[in-house]
Design a protein around this ligand. Structure first.
Ligand SMILES: [Zn+2]
Length: 267
């Protein structure tokens, strides 16, 4: 049975699943209370639309509709009740949300609304890039850093929180001598990430956000997100060292990029 069919079979256990239409998502609320559905509805569609527009612009994606659905699991659902077909289900518990490609859907755990909004915006970045076949060629440092920057740029009040969180993570890494170089950061794989400790993962995300923040600052205008389209093009072309690809996309040499990234991290 495909993941999608297995997931649908699991969904049938919950009669009267509520579907809340908030563009660009259709949020399907599973086992959510009336109050939870009310605040999900109150999540600003403007925030999600802004995030979507920025993703398309940053990566030069034509605005053809990208259908993404989001399943929001009520907090009363225990992890044990999650269907085993969602192989990474445990990630939902720890990370709050996961982009599940076989479902073409974001699955997330309903928490308080700020966190849910941040998770939706973050996973939307992964969803759209993946559906446009742009995710795989990119190193996790770029797409995770971008998703974090999107939270910073688009969320109602999560933005500042996310930036200070990342600054704190980089400061901690600097103090402990763990700050990674751009080359090290670009070579981190998803397998390594999922095997990382909580601290290492947090530091990775913090550094990735600061790397992408620096890249966005390199554009012609202030905060020129279209720089990321250049970066994506360079990685898609492949066939060369990742550091070299980044230099070519940015028009800077490795030392300049390293210096800018370190400054962005507060070094
Ligand atoms: Zn992510």
């Amino acid at each position: 049975m495909t993941t999608r069919l297995a997931f649908r079979a699991w969904l049938l256990r919950f009669p009267g699943i509520k579907i809340v239409k908030i563009p660009p998502y259709r949020l399907c609320c599973i086992s959510c209370t009336r109050t939870e559905i009310a605040w999900l509805r109150a999540l600003s569609s403007r925030v999600l639309m802004d995030a979507r527009a920025l993703i398309l612009r940053a990566f030069g994606i034509a605005s053809a509709p990208v259908k993404v659905r989001a399943y929001v699991l009520g907090p009363s659902l225990s992890a044990a009740e999650l269907p085993s077909c969602l192989g990474r289900a445990s990630a939902v518990v720890h990370k709050r949300a996961v982009w599940a490609p076989p479902l073409r859907a974001v699955v997330l755990w309903a928490k308080e609304s700020e966190k849910t909004q941040r998770s939706l915006v973050h996973e939307l970045a992964h969803a759209i890039l993946d559906m446009k076949q742009m995710l795989r060629p990119l190193p996790p440092a770029i797409y995770e850093g971008f998703a974090m920057m999107l939270e910073h740029r688009c969320c109602d009040d999560g933005g500042q929180w996310r930036l200070s969180w990342a600054r704190k993570g980089c400061r901690l890494a600097l103090e402990r001598g763990h700050l990674q170089s751009v080359d090290e950061l670009l070579s981190v794989t998803t397998t390594e990430l999922s095997a990382s400790t909580r601290y290492r993962t947090a530091v990775f995300y913090a550094q990735a956000m600061m790397l992408v923040r620096f890249l966005v600052s390199l554009g012609r205008a202030d905060e020129d997100w279209t720089m990321l389209a250049e970066v994506a093009r360079a990685f898609r072309a492949g066939g060369e060292d990742r550091g070299v690809a980044l230099c070519r996309a940015c028009g800077q040499d490795a030392a300049e990029i390293e210096g800018g990234y370190r400054a962005s991290c507060g070094a």
